[in-house]
Design a protein around this ligand. Structure first.
Ligand code: DX5
Ligand code: ZN
Length: 218
């Protein structure tokens, strides 16, 4: 079973003190920093671009898990790779038939590649991309906002993906993103997810270290 990794999302951090926020996440035991890039087109919200990734990279040694909620992600791979991304995940809904090529491009840039599927996107949409994935990101909320309610119905997709990976001998990570908390984290891990994104749960906590440990160990 792939190692459980906690990836707090900086979407819920104080943007006026992002450096301190990621330094605190590292001190509190986070495994990855989940960076939600939004372009105001693929999703209505605009967050930040590669300059923020570069700034965060200067404040932590943790791998940066860059989630691109943008149109035409293939145009921006090198920029985010140069900014310090360790993972770049791209939406199947934004790439269409080009998804495989985009994943290959990400790997060619020396970065781990991930495909993302929204809650209403069937897993079969990305069946033929698994061999090009270092990670599959299954959205458990519709992308665009922090603090949304976990969508339970995505769990069968996590279970099916884990089964397929095991059958095909693929050791890709399965990341789940959106509404993860202490109440649902056990079900999410039992389904086969091993990279857990948590923004609201971590940043609203009065004891960030304890919350990260609970998400890892519950
Ligand atoms: C939503 C983002 C998620 C979100 C997770 O569009 O992709 O990463 O910030 O935050 P919580 O844990 O607050 O749902
Ligand atoms: Zn995300």
């Amino acid at each position: 079973m792939n190692k459980i990794k906690i990836a707090p999302s900086i979407l819920s951090a104080d943007f006026s003190a992002m450096g301190a926020a990621v330094e605190k996440l590292e001190l509190c035991g986070a495994d990855l920093i989940h960076c939600d890039v939004m372009d105001g087109t693929f999703v209505p919200k605009i967050t930040f671009g590669a300059d923020m990734i570069a700034a965060v990279h200067r404040h932590t040694a943790l791998p940066l898990d860059v989630h691109l909620m943008i149109v035409n992600p293939e145009k921006h791979i090198k920029t985010f790779a140069d900014a310090g991304a360790s993972y770049i995940t791209v939406h199947s809904e934004a790439c269409g038939d080009n998804l495989k090529n985009v994943l290959k491009e990400i790997r060619l840039a020396g970065v781990k590649a991930g495909a993302v599927i929204n809650p209403d996107t069937p897993l079969k949409t990305v069946y033929d991309c698994f061999e090009y994935c270092d990670m599959l990101l299954v959205m458990s909320v519709f992308p665009g906002l922090p603090g949304q309610k976990f969508i339970e119905s995505v769990l069968p997709k996590v279970e099916e993906a884990r089964c397929i990976f095991e059958k095909q001998g693929l050791n890709a990570d399965i990341e789940i993103d959106g509404g993860i908390n202490e109440q649902n984290v056990r079900r999410v891990k039992d389904a086969g997810a091993n990279v857990l994104v948590a923004g609201n749960t971590v940043f609203r906590s009065t004891d960030m270290k304890k919350t990260i440990e609970e998400l890892r160990n519950l």
